[in-house]
Design a protein around this ligand. Structure first.
Ligand code: ZN
Length: 423
């Protein structure tokens, strides 16, 4: 049976129209938006549920394009002391010592925090794979990227065989749904072997429409490894896997390109260390880039080349990364940090990095990231501003909003509604 619901709100930031709507309504049928407009233009429809959100700014739900829910409970557990490889090694140690129950608790905490801060879609890289079943049951819309990493494996062929067996069994037990899909995430170009990149690439050729994400060109150490075949990363790999082929004279992006991966890569994460050729390759392959401002600041990486990417029309979106290298899973905070680093970028454009842009990067720009007829009803609400200045500058207000949201709806279902003053 068709369920119709109308939401009224003081302001609606649609990300579709140039100006926010004052005193607006959103008519929803089942999981999708049917109509958006001014309250005065709304005609009553029989058997309709109504929800007046009062002094609220309604906007599209935020999309976190990169997260590791597994590591929510790792906040403050690994200290970064200037060595990225060393940080990764310690993360691996803690990860191996974490039980399945502990991972589940960590993921649940992350889901709760994400919902509270207005995330409605999350791209989660799953190391433990526990997040898949939990996200499937949760309200969040999600893409769970099962992680591939064979750096310390004695046999890549056996690892890949086991990976596929596990994948089949997980998907048989919990088939994907309308709100929870899955993808593949080779961890990085330096922790996944050439052989595994080839196996995964062939798998993707046989299984179309599977999304992919990889951490690429994040740190100076990674750049050095690919350019000179030396440094802490090379030293560590020589210990773990003496027969590993260490690259030389290339960049992480070019290395992926040489291995035929660039046309397969949907979401490249980080891309702090890129040259002109890398940027051209990203643009040519329409690879979207996920920038994680909080995690970027934590590691003190080289300035993220936003202007150069924009010039090349490379879509950029925001992610939180994990709490092992960030303080919060709030995309509002990521937007604020981004704006601080790139003050010339408009507030509206900053908001698009957590709404419209990631929706496009996920190949869902025609149904996510906007409040628009035909789009999925993934909406959030925050209390409307009181000052006249902010009422005139709603994008500024939204980007600088610091508290949990007061309303959230995913797939047409309200998830959270805190008291807001009525008109
Ligand atoms: Zn990450």
């Amino acid at each position: 049976m068709n369920q119709r619901l109308v939401l009224f709100a003081k302001y609606i930031v649609t990300m579709d129209r140039p100006q926010p709507i004052e005193d607006g309504f959103v008519l929803i049928q089942d999981s999708r938006v049917l109509q958006v407009g001014k309250r005065e233009d709304f005609y009553f429809v029989p058997s309709l549920r109504m929800l007046d959100l009062g002094e609220t700014v309604l906007l599209p739900g935020l999309i976190n394009a990169h997260c590791h829910l597994d590591f929510t409970a790792f906040k403050g557990k690994v200290k970064y002391q200037g060595g990225f490889r060393e940080w990764l090694r310690q993360m691996g140690m803690i990860g191996r010592a974490t039980t399945s129950v502990e991972f589940k608790k960590s993921i649940e905490k992350g889901i709760k925090e994400s919902l509270a801060y207005g995330t409605t879609t999350i791209c989660d890289v799953a190391s433990s794979w526990e997040s898949y079943a939990l996200l499937l049951k949760s309200a969040l819309r999600s893409v769970v990227f099962f992680e591939l990493i064979d750096m310390a494996q004695p046999s890549t062929a056996q690892y890949w065989k086991n990976f596929q067996t596990r994948l089949k069994s997980v998907l048989r037990l919990n088939p994907p749904t309308d709100t929870c899909g899955w993808g593949l995430s080779p961890h990085t170009p330096f922790t996944v072997s050439k052989e595994l990149l080839q196996l995964a690439k062939h798998y993707l050729s046989d299984h179309r429409n599977i999304s992919t994400t990889i951490h690429v060109a994040e740190s100076r150490e990674e750049s050095r490894y690919f350019k000179k075949g030396s440094g802490p990363m090379a030293d560590r790999i020589k210990v773990l896997n003496p027969i590993w082929t260490i690259p030389h004279g290339t960049t992480p992006v070019q290395y992926l390109s040489q291995n035929g991966w660039m046309p397969k890569l949907d979401l490249g994460v980080h891309l702090n260390e890129v040259n002109q050729r890398d940027l051209k390759s990203l643009a040519k392959n329409r690879t979207a880039v996920v920038h994680c401002p909080g995690s970027h600041a934590y590691f003190g990486h080289k300035k993220f080349p936003y202007a150069q990417m924009k010039k090349q029309r490379i879509p950029v979106c925001l992610g939180t990364d994990s709490l092992a290298s960030n303080q919060s899973l709030s995309l509002f905070r990521e937007m604020r940090l981004f704006k601080k680093n790139y003050p010339a970028v408009s507030f509206e454009e900053v908001l698009s990095l957590a709404t419209v842009k990631p929706a496009q990067a996920l190949g869902r720009g025609d149904e996510l990231g906007k409040v628009k007829p035909g789009y999925l009803a993934d909406l959030i609400g925050i209390p409307a501003p009181k000052s006249q200045r902010l009422k005139r500058n709603l994008y500024d207000y939204v980007v600088n909003y610091k508290k949990p949201v007061c309303f959230s709806m995913i797939n047409g279902k309200p998830q959270l509604q805190l008291a807001v003053s009525k008109r």
